[in-house]
Design a protein around this ligand. Structure first.
Ligand SMILES: [Zn+2]
Length: 87
């Protein structure tokens, strides 16, 4: 388990709140990235508003840039910096 700070939505149409949460270690096909910058896009807003029904509470903010900190056992090696976005 790792303690992180994240933008969390706890209820439909509720505010994004910055909270301390704990996440599991990466599964074999995952990596853990320390996000250093992120935006909140329309997809996050419509998930918050449950246009896309999603279990809450949820950590949102999927467009970011950061540094790979841990790689799952079955993940291919990757560079230290990474970016994510939607299209
Ligand atoms: Zn997006």
């Amino acid at each position: 388990m790792t303690a992180i700070r994240a933008a969390v939505v706890s209820e439909k149409a509720g505010p994004f709140t910055i909270e301390d949460v704990e996440i599991d270690d990466p599964r074999p096909d995952e990596v853990r990235v320390r996000i250093v910058g992120t935006g909140v896009c329309h997809t996050d807003a419509i998930v918050r508003d449950q246009v896309y029904p999603t279990p809450l509470p949820a950590v949102l903010g999927h467009e970011g840039a950061g540094v790979v900190e841990q790689v799952g056992s079955a993940s291919a090696p990757c560079g230290p910096e990474i970016m994510s976005s939607c299209r």
